[in-house]
Design a binder for this molecule. Structure first.
Ligand code: HPA
Length: 276
């Protein structure tokens, strides 16, 4: 993949840092990156072939730096299928992180809560997904240098990394739940009937991101942890309409909690996947 190799070569000319863990920060969830030292912040638009996000709340920077000793790469902002990007563009950044050396990927997102036991502001570890986006980043000729034609998705979300996340959250006194994430194309929010359907088929959360990135990361053999922030209860489950403003406001509310969790979590994840 020429574009991928060009972006990786461009970054390698600017830094010798080889991230062990990659992080993707979702809507309104940026902020964690400021905890890194020796930071190199690169606006997406300067990186060859890197797609630039248009959604409000997505800053659009790649940050390379260290958390203590640990080399980390953080994507602050992502692009979505609903912006009109092709699936391979949506996963471009994740593939770059994999090529730079990341062995694990931690994704965060804003999601609507479908499980009635959830509430606004709760952090939920994604245990599995249902892809209803009608797209898959692996469609087309398989790039053998990235991974196999038919990658397994039985344990897309590492059981071990979820266990480490639960333990770390408990130590920090941060409540976390687990649930299944349904990925919709968007950009319109779901109807109440769609949310009832998603509940029946086993979804606890709904969102418009993350799943293409998880598929691309698993294709490359990376271990994945994904954390949703319930920014709102899904359509029909709370009075009144949904708004992007509410999503961003809740994101701001939990940003510090999420940053504290990530800071404690990443070294443990790196230790877990070392040698993999
Ligand atoms: N639906 C889809 N995506 C979302 C939602 C939602 O309710 N909240 C945040 N992202």
């Amino acid at each position: 993949m020429k574009e991928l190799e060009e972006a990786v070569a461009w970054l390698r000319e600017r830094t010798s840092l080889s991230p062990r863990v990659g992080v993707v920060l979702g809507s309104g969830l940026g902020g964690f990156a400021s905890r890194l030292t020796d930071r190199l912040e690169i606006p997406y638009e300067t990186i060859p072939h890197w797609p630039v996000s248009t959604a409000e709340g997505h800053a659009g920077r790649l940050i390379l730096g260290r958390l203590g000793e640990l080399p980390v790469a953080v994507m602050a902002g992502r692009v979505h299928l609903y912006e009109g990007y092709r699936p391979d563009q949506v996963v471009f950044g994740v593939r770059v992180l994999g090529r730079l050396g990341a062995r694990a990927l931690v994704l965060t997102n804003a999601a609507g809560g479908i499980n009635p036991a959830f509430q606004r502001g709760l952090l939920v570890l994604i245990s599995d997904h249902i892809n209803l986006q009608g797209a898959n980043p692996l469609v087309g000729p398989n790039e053998e240098s990235l991974g196999p034609r038919f990658p397994d998705m039985t344990e897309a979300y590492s059981i071990r990394l979820r266990q480490i996340a639960r333990e770390t959250a408990a130590e920090l006194g941060i409540p976390v739940a687990e649930g299944v994430y349904a990925a919709m194309l968007g950009p319109s929010y779901e109807t109440p009937a769609e949310i009832r359907f998603l509940r029946i088929i086993g979804a606890d959360l709904v969102g418009m991101s993350t799943v293409p990135e998880v598929i691309a990361a698993r294709h490359m053999g990376l271990s994945v942890l994904a954390i949703s922030c319930v920014t709102n209860m899904a359509a029909g489950l709370a009075p009144g309409p949904l708004s992007h403003r509410e999503v961003l406001e809740t994101g701001e509310m939990v940003r510090d909690r999420l940053s504290r969790l990530l800071e404690a979590l990443l070294p443990r994840i790196a230790a877990e996947v070392a040698g993999s």
